[in-house]
Design a protein around this ligand. Structure first.
Ligand SMILES: [Fe+2]
Length: 274
């Protein structure tokens, strides 16, 4: 009966004249809910059958209820997850909307950073995390005046100083997202340099969190492979040379090598702003 889907759910009570312990143990092991030995008292037996049926029903209801609640909880979890993704994407779009020349920049940097992370051998979860860290790396630009961000000509020193505040502004904006501890790591340190001459904290080498080193490389790549007010997309060979040149000074050499391999595989130069 246990093997058959149709009969599986029927509660089984053994009724037997055989009253040795072994038989009883075997009966329970086979899935019996009760064991009644002959001779039996009819009233008592009826009560036991009723009790078993009641118990069986309760158990099944409980099981169904648990399944239902699990489903509800799972659906709610998925919804929250989707919502976070949408909110983060909306935030990224806000940054890009402010900057006329970096349309889609955040999403591309996120995508490149994720690809680099994959090649370095990061887990899928880590790749996902780095995607969102990348997506929000420039969020601090929200706090920079639009005239400076969108200025077509060269920035003067004062404007450049203001622009350089965006990593700190960004990490302050993100510091309250406690559910993703490291979400602000990219925002704060994506302009640090491997030789320690970057900003805002002038940290170098391995002191820069790896995620930020990856995003730094991805960011520089996207800047060169996107249109600017003063130039078109840079030729692939020139981009490659710049990345090569920055190895160990601007860029973490290991991360730069991964990007160089990606560039070399990209024979038709597809990896750029569309
Ligand atoms: Fe930036």
């Amino acid at each position: 009966m246990r093997a058959d889907r149709v009969y599986r759910e029927i509660p089984v009570i053994f009724l037997t004249a055989d009253d040795d312990r072994d038989t009883e143990v075997r009966g329970f092991q086979a899935g019996a809910l009760d064991f009644i030995t002959k001779p039996f008292v009819a009233d008592i037996m009826l009560q036991r059958v009723n009790r078993i049926l009641q118990l069986d029903r309760l158990q099944k209801n409980l099981q169904q209820e648990v399944e239902k609640q699990t489903k509800v909880a799972e659906e709610r979890r998925r919804k929250v997850e989707r919502l976070s993704v949408q909110v983060m994407s909306a935030l990224a779009a806000t940054i890009d909307a402010k900057d006329a020349y970096t349309n889609g920049h955040s999403a591309r940097v996120a995508e490149y950073a994720k690809k680099i992370a994959m090649r370095i051998g990061k887990s899928e979860q880590e790749q996902e995390d780095i995607y969102y860290v990348g997506l929000l790396h420039d969020i601090g630009k929200i706090g920079i005046p639009g005239e400076i961000i969108n200025k077509a000509s060269r920035l003067n020193d004062e404007e450049y100083t203001i622009i350089k505040e965006h990593p700190v502004i960004g990490s302050n904006i993100l510091k309250n997202i406690s559910e993703m501890q490291d979400i602000g790591v990219g925002a704060r340190w994506h302009h640090e340099r491997y030789d320690g001459k970057g900003y805002p904290d002038r940290i170098g080498g391995e002191d820069i969190p790896e995620v930020a080193r990856i995003i730094g490389v991805a960011d520089a790549y996207d800047a060169m492979t996107s249109k600017r007010s003063y130039r078109d997309i840079m030729p692939q060979a020139a981009v490659r040379a710049e990345i090569e040149r920055g190895k160990g000074t601007q860029f973490d050499p290991a991360v730069a090598d991964v990007l160089l391999a990606m560039i070399d595989e990209d024979k038709e130069y597809r990896m750029h702003e569309m």
